[in-house]
Design a binder for this molecule. Structure first.
Ligand code: SF4
Ligand code: SF4
Length: 146
């Protein structure tokens, strides 16, 4: 009695074929163009306009004052990638290109801090404007006539 096992032939054929799967992570993989991945903040370009926070629907951008002296305040800005929807609004609205959504898609971690992107920016304090001395009273017409 002859047995027919067609799947055995197929299994043996596939066993020696090149895999059709991506060999990631053994072979690095680039993101597609315009992929919106991990955020990078360039604090030195920031002009403190606050627009990025206003347009962030995810409420993912937070600022904390970390130091202060008579001339300036230094803030730490955090982008919480666990709240971020990667909409890119913050980056699109930033006129100084201080926020970048990169092609880095490796966004995993074992703790919350692994998914926080931090950067610092400095706010120069405005110096109080000295009040101008009151203008000297103009001489009266009577005095001029004398
Ligand atoms: S990162 Fe850009 S949008 Fe946000 S406060 Fe700075 S300059 Fe303004
Ligand atoms: S990409 Fe969108 S959700 Fe994420 S921080 Fe920017 S504005 Fe907020």
């Amino acid at each position: 009695m002859a047995f027919d096992f067609p799947f055995v032939k197929e299994a043996l054929t596939q066993m020696f074929k090149k895999s059709s799967c991506e060999e990631y992570p053994f072979k690095p993989k680039e993101a597609f163009p315009n992929y919106r991945g991990r955020i990078v903040f360039h604090g030195d370009r920031c002009i403190k306009c606050g627009l990025c926070e206003k347009v962030c629907a995810g409420g993912a951008i937070h600022n904390v004052l970390i130091s202060e002296d008579e001339e300036k305040e230094v803030y730490e800005r955090t982008f919480d990638l666990t709240s971020c929807t990667f909409c890119s609004y913050c980056s699109d609205f930033c006129s100084k290109s201080a926020i970048e959504l990169t092609g880095d898609f490796h966004m995993t971690g074992t703790k919350h801090e692994d998914l926080l992107v931090k950067g610092q920016y400095t706010k120069v304090k405005k110096k109080p404007v000295a009040k101008a001395a009151p203008a000297a009273k103009a001489e009266s017409c009577d005095n001029k006539a004398e």
